[in-house]
Design a protein around this ligand. Structure first.
Ligand code: SF4
Ligand code: SF4
Length: 300
């Protein structure tokens, strides 16, 4: 039975699909969006997050770590992350909440059991959302999990970047009630520059899901200086108009949370804008888009 690595299980979410949902965050993503909102989902492996502002330099982690990852030198706390084997001993030893182990293996049975705790809250429309990271990077686990949940009568949504082999979508299709399909950019050159790959595979998979009758919501992060452009909003409308099964377009305003999260992981983010995009600006674009498409546009 495949195991999966999840970095978060978020209960009672109302933002990631219809109704009240449990979100399972899969670790690992093949893309490198310059503005990434979830940098803790980039690496497929478990890793240590370190919050320097909470560290009292007590030295407990340095003493318990079998890999000598932590070194306290004067008033500095250095981490040799490459040597970490994610045993969790240091996070257990830190009494100040400065360390957190992000990513833990789960069997499908364990994950389903955790989701079933919230069964009463799902009602008619709620359920479970597979998100990340990119769930398709662990497609065997995602498929097992989605089938089990489906067999239990629980609705399953999947948020995906579309950047995965077609076969993975073919396998998952019968068990996914709604795809939250990310469209990050509609200009090929900008997509390559800011997402790290071209758009072809993503567009092919979107086309395939649409032709297969899958229910689709387009999830569109809007990032100032990258895709906050009229031609992008028009292209999103054209895309939704061309497909048959896009139920809604969701505009998601850039927020800088990823920057603070990336600091805890010593990851460098190429896009360093500290200012969130105001929702009101997106509402203006929503109104314009409603002239260009019949597909409902929502601001998240
Ligand atoms: S998780 Fe284990 S190996 Fe990694 S830094 Fe902590 S104690 Fe060391
Ligand atoms: S155990 Fe926690 S507070 Fe103590 S040195 Fe390590 S990270 Fe800092």
């Amino acid at each position: 039975m495949p195991q999966g690595i999840l970095f978060n299980i978020q209960r009672f979410s109302v933002h990631d699909g219809p109704g009240i949902r449990t979100n399972l965050f899969f670790k690992g993503c093949p893309l490198r969006c310059a503005w990434c909102h979830n940098p803790e989902g980039l690496s497929p492996k478990p890793e240590i997050a370190f919050l320097a502002s909470r560290c009292t330099l007590c030295g407990a982690c340095e003493q318990v770590c079998p890999q000598h990852v932590h070194t306290l030198a004067g008033n500095r706390h250095l981490l040799d992350r490459a040597s970490c084997v994610a045993c969790g001993k240091c996070t257990d030893s830190c009494g100040y909440g400065a360390l957190e182990l992000l990513g833990k293996p789960y069997s499908a049975e364990e994950a389903v059991a955790l989701c079933k705790r919230d069964l009463l809250f799902y009602g008619q429309s709620g359920g479970v959302t597979l998100t990340g990271g990119e769930p398709m990077l662990q497609s065997a686990f995602a498929a097992t999990l989605a089938k089990r949940l489906h067999d239990e009568g629980i609705s399953v949504c999947m948020e995906t970047s579309g950047y995965a082999p077609r076969a993975a979508y073919e396998t998952l299709l019968p068990y996914i009630d709604l795809f939250l399909f990310d469209i990050k950019e509609t200009c090929e050159a900008s997509h390559r520059q800011y997402v790290g790959v071209g758009m072809e595979q993503i567009q092919d998979n979107l086309q395939f899901l649409d032709e297969s009758g899958a229910e689709i919501i387009l999830r569109c992060p809007i990032v100032p200086g990258i895709n906050l452009r009229e031609d992008h909003f028009r292209a999103l409308c054209n895309l939704a108009n061309r497909l048959r099964n896009v139920r809604e377009i969701h505009l998601e305003a850039y927020h800088p949370l990823g920057l603070s999260k990336s600091k805890r992981l010593d990851k460098d983010m190429p896009y360093r804008n500290e200012v969130p995009l105001e929702r009101e600006k997106l509402i203006d674009w929503q109104q314009k888009m409603e002239l260009w498409t019949q597909v409902p546009v929502r601001v998240q």
